[in-house]
Design a protein around this ligand. Structure first.
Ligand code: ADP
Ligand code: ZN
Ligand code: ZN
Length: 821
């Protein structure tokens, strides 16, 4: 007699442990690690869970529940992925369930509260069971898996649902409330018959007496992305109406006549549209680039990780392409990680040209079904050889990974803040590569302090590329002392005379300008000039940001918003004045100074949908925009030809931010934004406005002296016990009752201090001490490099578990962040 089999499964919950279920005899052959199963947990709730381990050790508990059903025939999670998950859960102090939630696209998790809706179907093709589900959905349109399984009364609902999902008879519907981004957009194209040039000419001729219609047709035709192929002509409806300046009724009449067609397109589909084979070889490298490439390969023979410190425009991306090419020739897969915002069509197109449909893109703005598609393709016989993606792409099932490239490795968006796992994708990628025997290349113009430390101390290889492509010079920098300029009356609002005349000069030469202001909205707050009253968020400890275009006051922390009230709520005065300034105000004032210039703004507000971001970027690229105003979105990975001037309106709000990384972040941002100036052909100019012209950060940026900056910062980090000399673990506690929170936090700090002594700091309120109605306190634990990290983490975890078990403190929300950013 064979002994009873058990399976430990991971549930999609924040449970510390895996749970053990017994495997019914008839399922024994199907059960293996990585397949999904259906189990009941808690009050008769059904979950799809992942089999983690199969064994014969009888659990200690009284009653072991049976696995109800096996969903997959082959694993959807590979052993190598589990290995990474284990590391993540341990290092970042979270559960495997939490890691699973981050690692799998929703469509694969099939959580019981995932919504399902029906797609198109032909009744003839459906079985009785399938019809039952379709009918259930027909009445309510949208049900959770849980509801569907209960109401259907089917014996094996999950396998029916799964097969229907695969055949696109059912769809996973994402939670609409939390997803405010536009999912689809309307595109206008020529009707197919007018893709023929002769036909089009005839049409245009025939519209002689309707100039507006004619202009519209011409505007569409001019958008052909492939010359001579009018079928590629397609333009956003919104953009078309704006730019051609015709009314929607003109557009409608053309649609009605059948000359043009309107198409609703899922915004993110656009990027994956390119599935053509490769058309170009990598570019030939210049000598200094060849040297760097050779040096990188050299270093790989003795190091697993190499840092490529290459100034902006040195051609790092070209080197990556050459390295990818080599890896592919060796039959290996490549993961190319980029920070969210740098993942633009520019880079996607560049890779598609060289590697064609061997490249898959994994983007968080893709719909879930697209992410599922990429994930499943990676499991298939013919996976993508190259994945270009944001941080979550480290979770894809690679079968043969040989190289990981982390571009802009210093970017803090590689770190996930919320929810757990609060992982850093760069650091995780290094672990992943080590586990599977792959190499890692970190690339940046401004290495993180920790990364450069690792390179200098020999842990990582280091390759420098300090020349720019084709002998381009680094930009010239002018620092404008705003205090002094104001005294001499050389400031017009937020613009110094120096900056204004430089903008004018650039515009007169038909060159482009980028202006950087690290704050969105019109003004960070408004104030009553008579009594000093300032509107605050009802739920958070912050002022409400004034947005002039929408005439709203909004909270950037919880989204709370209200109409600008027009008069002071304290004294009734109508003298409300905006204080400070954001990108909207910069844009507003610029249009007064330069009424003829085309100005666009790029920040979180103007780029809610992915396509509006692309529209602005490509408009700028094509020279249709003269001045681009933006937040750090303008600093990332963009490569423009005609930018001769970059202006930084106010360096001070970055420098004065109270955080140990503020100077590092300022240095990186200013250097990166500056790097956009003067690419191709001509030295650029950077103007930095600041009230602290002698600040060491400003000095090292203008002197282009990364090394001095780094040495100074390293010394500070050493002196004040910060990374890389100490590791940080930040514990955040939240509760709606301030006193209760204080007591709990004090309690925890005391416990921790008892063992860890003075390296436990706090509890202290963060800069924003209340968000969404919850008060916040933080405890920071500093752990010296030599100290036993593992043991200390266990102790922290234990202390928190004890706290959570006490009834009076169990309602306090506690989050742990290892290596916080
Ligand atoms: P970085 O990533 O270091 O900022 P890029 O790789 O984006 O630099 O290169 C900057 C510009 O120089 C790009 O337009 C790129 O196409 C061009 N470039 C770089 N190296 C070469 C090369 N060897 N041949 C032709 N163009 C190059
Ligand atoms: Zn007032
Ligand atoms: Zn708020």
């Amino acid at each position: 007699m064979t002994s009873q089999l058990y399976a430990d499964v991971i549930l999609p919950l924040a449970l510390q442990a895996t749970y053990t279920y017994s495997v019914p005899f008839e399922m024994e052959k199907m059960i293996q690690p990585g397949v999904r199963v259906v189990v009941s947990f808690g009050q008769r709730r059904l979950y799809s869970a992942l089999v983690y381990r199969v064994h014969t050790e009888k659990p200690q508990v009284q009653q072991v529940k049976d696995i109800l059903q096996v969903i997959d025939t082959t694993p959807i999670v590979l052993p190598s992925q589990y290995k990474l998950w284990e590391w993540l859960a341990e290092y970042y102090m979270c559960s495997l369930g939490e890691v699973m939630k981050a690692a799998l696209p929703s469509g694969l998790k099939m959580e019981s509260d995932t919504y399902i809706s029906s797609g198109e179907f032909d009744e003839i093709d459906l079985s009785d069971e399938e019809m039952t589900l379709i009918h259930l959905l027909g009445q309510k349109r949208k049900l959770t898996i849980q509801q569907l399984t209960q109401k259907s009364g089917l014996k094996h609902p999950m396998s029916v649902i799964k097969s229907m999902l695969e055949r696109k008879l059912l769809f996973i519907t994402e939670d609409i409330e939390s997803d405010y981004r536009a999912k689809t957009e309307n595109y206008i194209a020529l009707a197919p018959e007018y893709s023929d040039e002769k036909k089009l000419c005839e049409l245009i001729d025939s519209l002689k007496r309707a100039p507006a219609q004619q202009r519209l047709i011409l505007a569409i035709a001019s958008q052909a992305t492939t010359p001579n192929d009018l079928s590629t002509a397609r333009v956003l409806r919104k953009t078309l109406l704006e730019k051609v300046d015709v009314s929607a009724s003109v557009l409608k009449s053309l649609i009605d006549k059948g000359y043009i067609v309107q198409d609703e397109v899922e915004t993110s589909r656009i990027d994956n549209a390119n599935s053509d084979p490769a058309t170009c070889n990598p570019l030939a490298l210049e000598d200094f680039q060849i040297n760097a490439l050779n040096e990188i390969q050299n270093q790989f023979s003795s190091h697993d990780v190499v840092l490529l410190h290459g100034v902006t425009s040195s051609g790092k991306t070209e080197l990556y392409i050459h390295l990818i090419n080599q890896a592919l020739q060796n039959g290996k897969q490549v993961l190319y990680l980029l920070p969210e915002i740098a993942l633009t069509t520019q880079i996607i197109n560049r890779l598609h040209k060289v590697f064609g449909n061997r490249v898959g893109v994994y983007h968080s703005k893709f719909s879930d079904s697209q992410r599922v598609e990429v994930y499943l393709k990676m499991l298939s016989e013919e996976p993508f050889d190259v994945i270009l993606g944001v941080r979550s792409s480290i979770f894809l099932p690679f079968s043969n990974l040989g190289l990981v490239i982390v571009d802009e490795e210093h970017e803090n968006t590689f770190k996930q803040y919320n929810p757990a796992p609060r992982y850093h994708a760069r650091d995780t990628a290094i672990v992943l590569a080590k586990q599977v025997g792959a190499k890692v290349l970190l690339g940046t113009a401004t290495p993180a302090v920790e990364t450069y430390f690792n390179a200098k101390s020999g842990k990582f290889g280091l390759v420098k590329m300090l020349e720019r492509f084709s002998g381009l010079e680094l930009p010239r920098t002018i620092v404008v002392d705003t205090r002094d300029a104001r005294k001499r009356k050389r400031m017009k609002s937020h613009f110094s005379d120096t900056l204004l005349s430089a903008i004018e000069n650039a515009l007169s030469q038909k060159e482009q300008v980028i202006l950087f202001q690290n704050r969105r909205g019109y003004a960070p707050f408004i104030e009553c000039a008579d009594c000093g009253w300032v509107p605050h968020c009802e739920h958070c400890d912050v002022t409400l940001t004034y947005h002039k275009y929408t005439n709203q006051l909004t909270c950037h922390y919880c989204g709370f918003g209200m109409e600008q009230m027009g008069s002071c709520l304290a004294c009734g005065s109508t003298n409300l004045q905006p204080k400070g300034f954001g990108t909207e105000k910069v844009e507003d004032e610029l249009s007064v100074f330069f009424p003829d210039a085309v100005i666009e703004r790029i920040d979180l507000d103007s780029t809610r949908s992915r396509s509006s971001y692309e529209r602005i970027i490509s408009g700028f690229e094509q020279g249709k925009i003269d001045i681009l105003v933006g937040t750090q979105m303008v600093s990332k990975g963009l490569d423009f030809d005609r930018v001769s001037l970059v202006g930084i309106l106010n360096a001070d709000n970055m420098l004065n931010f109270p955080d140990f990384r503020a100077f590092e972040r300022s240095f990186q941002l200013i250097t990166q934004v500056s790097g956009r100036a003067g690419r191709k052909g001509k030295q650029g100019l950077v103007i930095i406005q600041t009230a602290q012209p002698d600040h060491p950060v400003i000095k090292s940026v203008t002197g282009n002296n990364f090394f001095t900056f780094w040495e100074w910062q390293l010394a500070e980090r050493n002196r004040f016990h910060y990374p890389p000399f100490y590791r940080l673990v930040r514990i955040t506690l939240k509760h709606k009752d301030k006193h209760h929170l204080e007591d709990t936090a004090e309690n925890l700090a005391k416990t921790l201090r008892h063992s860890l002594g003075e390296n436990v700091l706090g509890p202290e309120p963060p800069i924003i001490s209340r968000v969404q109605g919850l008060y916040i306190l933080e405890i920071l634990v500093k752990i010296k490099r030599e100290q036993p990290l593992q043991r200390i983490k266990e102790f922290i975890r234990y202390s928190i578990t004890m706290l959570k078990q006490k009834r009076e403190t169990s309602t306090v929300v506690i989050a742990i962040d290892v290596d916080p950013y």
